[in-house]
Design a protein around this ligand. Structure first.
Ligand code: MIC
Ligand code: SF4
Length: 641
């Protein structure tokens, strides 16, 4: 049978289920990655499941999110992560080594393999030919212990690239164009495969930029072929031996083909407050800018940074505007330092930020109130920058750097600056000294737990009957940033009772308190695409801690729906979406056969005691998922509680 790339990788890793579209399959995971914000819970859960060692080919623990270290919490978490990695055989990437996705691409990504990461931008690995999937920390913990990862057998869309990018048009513009085509909604259960003659014109880091923002479309992952460009990249990273060719068979089938002529793409931006709100730079030209932030796992490769340095060289950042630059990895930062490009950035007045997530997650460098901030990152959800009324636009490094020296949105094709021709280096600086690799001696390491580290919270088994109350009624596109704010709150990630005090902080501050006081089973009602954005399982774990038993929504995003099930919260969709409007905060909801309906996979009919109406809900779950829900979550299910 003729196979596309996705089919080749998935069928060669298939361990459970049949390869039939839409059905649940269990695949073997070759590599995992965690980052510190999701990692502490992932390793605590790994320990709670009684797992003893890593069974993957490679598992890496990165520290890149919580590096601000105001107070003891972050530093304690870092120490826990270092010692738990040593104990169980995980490679530890020390703080300062860079952003997980960028570093993983540079040093570990391997074509044809599977990568599971506790971060929604794990699909960045698709740039080097991996089926790289984002998931909750608990799923990653299971995979580290040798368990399978379960996902729906996907639909595969081919993005057929032709032509070549014109000067000043970038990989960021390609993925923003894809967001315009596919939007941020309705792509659950899809994997994208890039192909066609245009692929060879894109470097591995450019492909990674495109794969990275597939997360914003809601696709499970995006995969590129592995070709001579991939081989050259791996050779330049001194790891050519890991290269294998990967291409679709002639005549392979796809569920949909999207034609994209690279010559036709122009510089684009995602306007506030959604990555899918795509506009042309030419239409925005002239708009004043207050802040520019360059970096993040989307756009902080060596070439991105060298391009920025070349644009800035000899100029000064506009007065009244602040420019922050965070090179994505220590490798990139060291190379910039050695070749003088860093001096050009500093000379222009850029503030050099740590090689970490930093500004992207609103950890620091928040814009002024109402400020216009141009960022090269991947998400511009309201308040994510740390400033509730900021206007954040997502752009390419080229457009960002130009704005820094002109003070406004500038169409690069019309600027007086010469287009910088930057090529990929023949040799990257491959210095692995900031990784702590596991050794037999390190297995004796005692695991350190500071006062910020709590046990993963436990849940009861599913109740026989639902005796619920609608605690909050929210609209469409509620992101995990709305549910569980990051930024300054991120440091409480390892302490669920504390972090739970901030659930829906920017939507309804009273939610946690009302939930804790309520005598009913708490229910959340939501519109379309509930749980967009990050993989943070805290957006399920903390509501679970607050007694939430069900979310009824018009539709869910993939990772969040899986996290809800893992924490024993039922993700229900309305059979008739009009029922959404018939529910309101405070409504009492009952269902006498709650537990049985789930176990049998029958429709779940809920009575609204205020109106007397019956609401039919759909919950298409596999038998495995029903078992997890009934047990009150995956931890109970795995440990037999
Ligand atoms: C994000 O970009 O929102 C994060 C922070 O990287 C999250 C993970 C987290 O919440 O720790 C993600 O994308 O999964
Ligand atoms: Fe870090 Fe931002 Fe990438 Fe998330 S999206 S991993 S916060 S750089």
């Amino acid at each position: 049978m003729k196979q596309n790339i996705v089919e080749k990788i998935l069928t060669s890793h298939l361990k459970e289920g049949e390869y039939i579209k839409g059905q649940e399959i269990g695949i073997r995971i070759d590599q995992t990655l965690t980052q510190d914000a999701t990692g502490t819970m992932a390793y605590l859960q790994f320990e709670a499941m009684g797992l003893k060692e890593i069974k993957t080919d490679l598992s890496v623990s990165y520290v890149d999110h919580n590096t601000v270290q105001v107070g003891f919490e972050n530093a304690d978490d870092h120490r826990y992560l270092r010692t738990v990695a040593a104990r169980y055989g995980v490679v530890f990437s020390r703080p300062g080594n860079g952003i997980c996705h960028q570093v993983h691409l540079e040093r570990f990504g391997k074509p044809g393999t599977t990568l599971l990461g506790s971060d929604s931008h794990t699909p960045t690995g698709g740039g080097i030919g991996q089926v790289a999937i984002g998931a909750g920390g608990l799923d990653v913990a299971v995979a580290m212990g040798g368990g399978l990862f379960y996902t729906a057998c996907p639909k595969v869309y081919l993005v057929n690239l032709t032509g070549e990018l014109k000067p000043w048009v970038t990989a960021k513009d390609v993925v923003l164009k894809m967001l315009e085509i596919l939007t941020t909604k309705g792509n659950v259960g899809v994997m994208l495969e890039y192909g066609g003659p245009g692929v060879k014109t894109l470097s591995v880091p450019q492909r990674a930029t495109i794969a990275n923002m597939g997360a914003e479309m809601g696709v499970t992952c995006s995969v590129f072929p592995s070709d001579s460009v991939t081989k050259k990249f791996m050779k330049a990273q001194s790891r050519e031996e890991g290269w294998t060719e990967l291409k679709a068979d002639e005549g392979a089938q796809y569920d949909r083909v999207i034609e994209l002529d690279l010559c036709e793409i122009e510089p684009l931006a995602a306007a506030p407050h959604s990555p899918g709100n795509v506009k042309k730079i030419s239409d925005l030209a002239g708009t004043a800018v207050d802040q520019v932030a360059i970096g993040s796992c989307t756009n902080s490769s060596y070439r991105d940074m060298m391009t920025v340095a070349a644009i800035l060289k000899g100029h000064t950042v506009m007065p009244g505007l602040t420019l922050g630059i965070a090179p994505g990895s220590r490798q990139v930062l060291q190379m910039l330092a050695k070749n003088g490009a860093l001096a050009d950035m500093i000379g222009a007045g850029a503030r050099i930020l740590e090689s970490a997530c930093g500004f992207c997650i609103g950890n620091h460098f928040s814009p002024k109130s109402g400020g216009v901030s141009l960022r090269t990152s991947n998400r511009n959800f309201e308040a994510r920058s740390g400033t509730a009324d900021a206007q954040v636009y997502l752009v390419s490094p080229e457009v960002a750097a130009l704005a820094a020296i002109t003070g406004k949105f500038t169409d690069p094709r019309k600027s007086h600056i010469k287009f910088p021709e930057i090529h990929e280096p023949h040799e990257f600086l491959a210095d692995d000294t900031m990784f702590i690799k596991p050794t037999p001696a390190l297995k004796k390491t005692e695991v350190f737990r500071g006062p910020n580290i709590g046990e993963p919270p436990k849940n009861d088994r599913m109740p026989e009957a639902l005796n619920g109350e609608v605690m909050i009624h929210v609209g469409d596109k509620i992101t995990t940033d709305h549910i569980m704010p990051a930024g300054a709150r991120l440091k409480y990630r390892s302490n669920v009772p504390k972090y739970a005090q901030f659930v829906f902080e920017n939507v309804d501050k009273t939610f946690p308190d009302r939930c804790l006081k309520s005598k009913s089973h708490n229910v959340i009602v939501a519109g379309d695409s509930y749980g967009q954005g990050s993989s943070r399982e805290h957006a399920a774990m903390c509501p679970m801690y607050l007694g939430v038993k069900a979310v009824i929504a018009k539709s869910f995003e993939r990772i969040h729906a899986a996290n809800l099930i893992n924490f024993g919260i039922a993700p229900l969709t309305f059979k008739n979406p009009a029922d959404y409007a018939n529910l309101q905060k405070g409504d009492k909801l009952t269902c006498g056969v709650w537990h049985d309906a789930f176990l049998k996979g029958a429709p779940v009919v809920i009575r609204n005691e205020r109106t007397g109406a019956d609401i039919e809900c759909v919950c298409n779950l596999s038998e495995r998922q029903r078992g997890i829900l009934a047990a009150g979550g995956l931890l109970n299910h795995t440990t037999g509680k």
